[in-house]
Design a protein around this ligand. Sequence first.
Ligand SMILES: [Zn+2]
Length: 480
Amino acid sequence: MKKPFGLSVVIGVFICLIVIGASAPRRAGSNVSAAANDVDLLIAGGAVITMDRDRRVFENGFVAIRGERIVDVGGASEMKAKGYKAKQTIDARGKVVLPGLINAHSHIPMTLFRGIADDLDLQDWLTKYIFPAEAKNVTRDFVIAGARLGLVEMIRGGTTAYADMYYFEDAIAEETKKAGLRGVLGETVIDFPVPDNKTWEAALSYTENFVKRWKGDALVTPAIAPHAPYTVSTDHLNQVKAFAEKHDVPIIMHLAEAPTETKIIAERYNTRPTLYLEKIGFLSRRLLAAHVVHVNDQEIEILKEREVGVAHCPQSNMKLSSGAAPIPQMLKSGLRVGLGTDGAASNHDLSMWEEMDTAAKLHKLVTMTPTVVTAEQALEMATIGAARALHLENEIGSLETGKRADLIAVDLGAPHLTPMYNLRSHLVYAAKASDVTDTIVNGRALMRNRRLLTLNEEAVKAAARQYQKQVSESLRGGVR
Ligand SMILES: [Zn+2]
């Protein structure tokens, strides 16, 4: 049958436009069309949990990365249609790809104190064991060895970013940068002589140099970290606030951790820890507060109003009998809540998988309500929730176009993950750090197929064992 003339012309023009359309970019410069679908890394074939606003999950999905950022996320058919050409491809079949986990509270060098004193309450543990052990052992080299050990553990367990507070934080920043991890790293300041600084003035001067060195770095965000409301005076907290404003940096601090703190603050200032900080104008979106166990509804509202970030550390709180933070109320209020492991001395490990599992179960037990802190909420607190607590939610915490390429792949083949009815509850209640196969930060692979690419694990462990001898020796007679 003969086609009507008009239609032939239309078809002819249409074909012509397609040809012109396809050839035009090549004439304008070959990299114009090349740039649209050329990517550095394509991760495809597995399930993808985005943790984006709509909490999209692709059963067979992909993530495309160019340079330091994610350029596309979607399903297999979409990827095929877009025809991505990748320099490198990761076959994620049998795996799930998700945003890297974010540890919202740690003291990374304390990996070297893993298990030196257990089954004690916070004040005994801190004043009789930890502070003396730190005074006798912590040097810049100690901090470097401990940081490396913690970095190995975190990369192996799929943690791509962490918030830290310790001494010699400048050395921790160097190690973090070298290992390729992302960190919000706070130099600890406190009202007594500590391993790196013997006076308050020296500590502030150290922190100023530290901040100036790292401000603007793609991986390291420098911060100032006053230890707690009961170990830093009001005058010094005011100085910390002024310092943070002057240099535009975050503040990291322990807050309302244990009943003893509530008692000390009541005796000293006749109020409660959170209300005290509110009274002196210390609460703001700069602050990332760790623990926040002993707060009431009024204080939760104040923290929400001030946009304070909260790092919930359930395992540390349980081990030191500090109490259970009112997380269900905090989540209901919309507070920025992330999960943290705290230091290895009060937790034994830096596994965010255990922390998610514990967070989801602890509050069910405490409230006798199985519907509070769901697996989904626990996963949120380890990813986008922690990013919100760190005020970095525009950069990390979910797999979305334009965000930093911080992501992990988890193998789903282990017996403890078989069979699989619900992917997200499996990740929270059953997956282990050892199931993580690939860890990518800022577009760079730090672990591929369980092989570490930026750290020598055997050398790191050997150095840690050397320090174990030294620590044991230093505590002989004094501790245990
Ligand atoms: Zn802590």
